[in-house]
Ligand binder design. Structure first.
Ligand SMILES: Cc1ncc(C[n+]2csc(CCOP(=O)(O)OP(=O)(O)O)c2C)c(N)n1
Length: 558
C-alpha cells in the first residue's frame, strides 16, 4: 500500500504550482514515482540517466519559471543529480529534488544501493529535508506536510534554487492491483505571499544625493530572462545619455541604444581613460565577457548592485552598496533622477558604432571556420527560436557577434560542459517554437544521453561545431603554449554527429565550408518529424588562426 503522506506529497506539489516532474526508474522510489505519475495535473516524463534527467528538469524550470520535481531511487542515482543541482543553485532555478532512501537503520549495513544521502548536495541546495520514515503518530503526518510546504516555499523564494527532500522507504514498494490513490483528501497548504519591494521616498533622497557625486555611470546587467519593461527603461537611460548600458548576450537586454560589442574594445589601453566609469550599477547574474570584467576591476569604480534579497557577490572587488528593491523600480528612479553626460556616452557610442560598421566586412573577408559559421547561422535562426548555447566557445562567439533578438540561454551558473544538450531538450519540452542548441563537440558528446528518451522534440535544431577537440584550450594563452596541449587539454576526439544522428533517427547535414553551410541552412528550419543536426566541421588550429586574424583586423580599425 502506498502511504497517504506520499500521495499527499504529489498533491501539495501540484497545489503549489508544480506542473512537471522528471522521474528516473528504480524500485525504492516506486511509491513516489506512482504518486506523481498518477496525479491528474502533473505532467510526468521518465529519463533513465539521472545526470541528464536533472538537466532536463532544469531546462523546463528555466523556461517556465516554476519548480520542477525530480524523483530518483537511492544510491549513486542521487549523486548523478549533483552537476545540475549545482548549476540550478547558481542560476537560481527552482528544483524540488526527491530521493528515495533506505530507512536510517539500514545505512552503512552493506545493504545494496545504499549511500549516505543526508545533506548529499551540501551547500548547493537551499535546504535539506528528511521525510519521516514512519507515520504511527499523527505528528509525523503533520511533519511530512510541513516539510513539503516549506521546501517548495524555499525553492521559490528569491533567489530561487534547488531543495532536497530525502525519503526513507520501507517495503512493500508497489501497491496492490486494485489500489487507488486518493488525491481528493484536503491537504494543508502554507502559502508564501511575496510583495513588491519599492524604494521609499527617504531612500530615493539618499540615493539621489549619493548619485550626484558620480558623472560616469555604467549599467551592466547580468544574465537574466528577457524583460521588455527593463529593456525600455534601459533604452531610455542610454538614449538620453544618462548612463551607458553595456549588455552581454546572456543579459537578453541587447538593443540598438545599448553597447553590445564591448568585448572588442574595452581591453584596449588607448581607450581606458575615456571609457572608465566612476560608478558601476549591476543587476541580474553573471556576465560573460572576461575583457569587461578585467576592465571594470581595473577601474576601481564604486559598484552598486540591485537585487531584492539574498547574497550579493563582489565581482569587481569594489562593491560599496547593495540596493534591495525591484530592478524596474530602481531604473524608473534613475530615469527621473540622472542628468545626461553626453561626453561619456559618446566615448562609448563612437567605439560601438565603429564596430557595428566595420565588423560585418571583417567577418565576410575572414576565412571559413567556426567563427564565420556561427555568424552565418545566427542570421538564419528564426527570431522566435530560443537559443541554448553550450560552454565554452559557442557562448563566447555569440557574445562577440553583438546584438541578438532571440532569447539566449546558457548554463553559466557553473559553466559546465556536462548538461547543455539536456537543458536544451528540457527547454524544447516547454514550447512548440524552435529551440536551437549551438554546441562544441566535447560538450555535445559528453551529454549524448540528453537524446536517450521517448519524447517528441522535433522542433529541436542542433548546430554542432565539431573541431574534434576542446577548441577553447588553443584560444587561451596558458594551455596553447604547452607541448601537452593536444593530449591533455584539447583532448582531440574522432566522433562525428552523423553516427549519433543515425542512432537516434535525427535529420543530418554536414557543412565543410560556407557554401555547404548555406545549403544546409536552406531547409534546416522547415518543419520535420524529427530533430535535425547541422554539423559544421572545422580544424581547431585553423580556428585559432582565424580568431587571431579577426582580432588584429579589428584593432587595425581602431
Ligand atoms: C563538466 C566540465 N568538465 C570540464 C570543463 C572544462 N572545459 C571547459 S570548455 C571545455 C572544452 C569544450 O570543448 P567543446 O565542447 O568542443 O567546445 P569548444 O571549446 O571547442 O568551443 C572543457 C573540457 C567544464 N567546463 N565542465
Amino acid at each position: 500500500m502506498v502511504l497517504q503522506p506520499i500521495i499527499e506529497l504529489a498533491s501539495i506539489c501540484s497545489q503549489k504550482g508544480v506542473k512537471n516532474a522528471i522521474l528516473s526508474p528504480g524500485s525504492r522510489c516506486a511509491p513516489i514515482t506512482l504518486a506523481f505519475a498518477r496525479h491528474p495535473d502533473i505532467k510526468t516524463r521518465t529519463i533513465s540517466d539521472e545526470r541528464s534527467a536533472a538537466f532536463i528538469a532544469l531546462g523546463i524550470a528555466q523556461q517556465l519559471e516554476q519548480p520542477v520535481v525530480l524523483v530518483c531511487t537511492s544510491g549513486s542515482a542521487a549523486y548523478n543529480y549533483a552537476p545540475a543541482i549545482a548549476e540550478a543553485y547558481f542560476q537560481q532555478i527552482p528544483l524540488i529534488v526527491i530521493t528515495a532512501d533506505r530507512p536510517p537503520e539500514w545505512i552503512d549495513q552493506w545493504d545494496g544501493q545504499t549511500i549516505r544521502q543526508t545533506k548529499i548536495y551540501g551547500k548547493h541546495v537551499k535546504g535539506f529535508f528528511q521525510f519521516p520514515d514512519e507515520f504511527g503518530h499523527a505528528d509525523k503526518v503533520w511533519h511530512a506536510n510541513r516539510i513539503v510546504n516549506e521546501a517548495i516555499n524555499l525553492a521559490n523564494q528569491f533567489p530561487a534554487g534547488p531543495v532536497h527532500i530525502n525519503i526513507p522507504m520501507r517495503e512493500p514498494f508497489y501497491p496492490e492491483k486494485a489500489e487507488s490513490f486518493d488525491y481528493s483528501k484536503p491537504v494543508r497548504i502554507i502559502e508564501a505571499l511575496v510583495t513588491e519591494q519599492k524604494l521609499s521616498e527617504e531612500s530615493k533622497e539618499r540615493l539621489a544625493e549619493a548619485l550626484s557625486g558620480f558623472k560616469r555611470i555604467l549599467i551592466v546587467p547580468g544574465q537574466q530572462r528577457p524583460d521588455s519593461d527593463i529593456q525600455h527603461l534601459l533604452d531610455d537611460l542610454a538614449k538620453n545619455g544618462k548612463a551607458v548600458v553595456v549588455t552581454d548576450t546572456i543579459s537578453n537586454l541587447q538593443s540598438d541604444p545599448t553597447v553590445n560589442h564591448h568585448d572588442h574594445f574595452v581591453g584596449n589601453e588607448h581607450f581606458y581613460e575615456k571609457l572608465r566609469p566612476d560608478l558601476i550599477l549591476t543587476f541580474g547574474k553573471s556576465i560573460i565577457s572576461k575583457n569587461l570584467k578585467l576592465f571594470l576591476r581595473k577601474s576601481k569604480a564604486a559598484h552598486w548592485h540591485v537585487q531584492s534579497a539574498g547574497y550579493v557577490p563582489d565581482t569587481f572587488q569594489s562593491l560599496t552598496r547593495t540596493i534591495h528593491c525591484e530592478v524596474r523600480d530602481f531604473l524608473k528612479f534613475l530615469n527621473e533622477t540622472l542628468t545626461a553626460n553626453s561626453r561619456f556616452a559618446s566615448s562609448w557610442n563612437t567605439l560601438e558604432n565603429k564596430m557595428r560598421q566595420g565588423f560585418p566586412s571583417i567577418m565576410e573577408s575572414a576565412e571559413f571556420g567556426e567563427y564565420q559559421a556561427i555568424s552565418i547561422c545566427l542570421k538564419a535562426i528564426p527570431a522566435t527560436s530560443k537559443i541554448q548555447l553550450a560552454n565554452s566557445m559557442a557562448v563566447r562567439y555569440v557574445n562577440f557577434l553583438g546584438k541578438r533578438t532571440q532569447e539566449i540561454m546558457c548554463n553559466r551558473g557553473t559553466s559546465g560542459i556536462d548538461g547543455s544538450s539536456s537543458t536544451a531538450v528540457g527547454c524544447a519540452m516547454t514550447t512548440e517554437e524552435f529551440v536551437t542548441l549551438v554546441t562544441g563537440d566535447m560538450a555535445f558528446f559528453y551529454d549524448r544521453n540528453a537524446f536517450w528518451h521517448n519524447y517528441p522534440t522535433s522542433h529541436l535544431r542542433i548546430i554542432l561545431l565539431n573541431n574534434h577537440a576542446g577548441g577553447i584550450f588553443r584560444l587561451i594563452e596558458g594551455p596553447a603554449k604547452q607541448p601537452e596541449l593536444e593530449e591533455y587539454f584539447e583532448t582531440s576526439q574522432k566522433l562525428d554527429g552523423r553516427s549519433l544522428a543515425n542512432e537516434f533517427g535525427f535529420g543530418y547535414h554536414l557543412a565543410l565550408d560556407a557554401e555547404s553551410l548555406n545549403i544546409g541552412l536552406q531547409d534546416f528550419y522547415s518543419k520535420s518529424t524529427v530533430p535535425k543536426i547541422l554539423e559544421i566541421q572545422s580544424e581547431s588550429p585553423k580556428n585559432a588562426e582565424i580568431l587571431k586574424w579577426i582580432k588584429s583586423k579589428i584593432q587595425e580599425r581602431f
